[in-house]
Design a protein around this ligand. Sequence first.
Ligand code: AVI
Length: 371
Amino acid sequence: MPRIFPRPALKKRENTFVIRQYGDGLTEGKHYLCPANELSRRNGVIQIHASRGSRLLQFIQCTEQNDQSVRDELLAGLSAAQAFTSPKYLYDALGSKLFEAICELPEYYPTRTEALIFKTHGRAIAQAIGSGTTLIDLGAGNCAKAARLFPALQPVQYVPVDISVSFLREALQRLQQQFPSIVMTGIGMDFSSELLLPDSVRDEKRLFFYPGSSIGNFTPEESLAFLQRIRAACDEAGGLLIGVDLVKDKAILDAAYDDALGVTAAFNLNLLRHMNHLVGTDFDVQGWRHRGFFNDKASRIEMHLEAASEQIVHWPQGERRFERGERIHTENSYKYTQRSFTDLLEQAGFRKLSFWTDPQQWFMVCHAHVN
Ligand code: AVI
């Protein structure tokens, strides 16, 4: 256990990290400063030295946000011949709320269809996995989807991972009270590019949980690399539980990503506000239109922002002119068949695959073993 200093005792200075730690007699909800010599770094991952046996609710911020690399990435995309942004920039605070609203829309079937599959086949899914897992929830958000699995799965440790530990704090505190026997470790990490977990995450029987068809937001090449990283992070008893959206009628897909209320449009347009904040661009949101449609050749939904009239966008040290009708490509959401996703999993080295689907075969939950 590190000695952890309550906030008044230590001012933030170079080589200290603000960490938050709860439970085991420590005051709940306080921030602590932890001197660098009580943390270690392995390949850039910041770790707190906490004893494995202690029942702690622990939060670890692994990936450090680098404002300059965010600016460089966004401006490179904005300046490309075909302008693009990574879909991760759709999720500022407002974007995350708009995404939650999308999940409630009648047109957006994935969330409720996946929930139906878990409800209908929960017992069979838990049987395929077995008990005693280290449940690693990638993109955990409010942790609600994984929490529904706790009674059936009885994980030994629950490890929600999201871009920032602060997103996880409230949800995890609540869950720890509800499930006091599960060790909980919240991790702040951009897991889309690396998956180096701190030592306090058990190696044994890791089950990576990636619901919501978020795998669809990677290109197939990125998906393969991501699945390979997951496989490499598992021991012999490890596995993956993943939600995958399936190819279906174009009209259903188009409506899911261009709803009548315009919530998906707001979600997409909000990216421009987020960019103005991150890189100092002067996008005028009213000058842009949402486009969301299924591209059946590429088997993916594409989201774009289209200039409604000529737009000149400025930022410190640069500008770009967009003709009327010119687009910024903001997101892809790939749709798979059971066959195409099986191929991807097998290529990544997974075995013994099980699939569960809904009566309309719109969505699929899949469990895959490492061995
Ligand atoms: C988070 N992800 C799985 C959603 C999707 O369906 O691709 C994001 C989204 N974009 C528009 N609507 C929802």
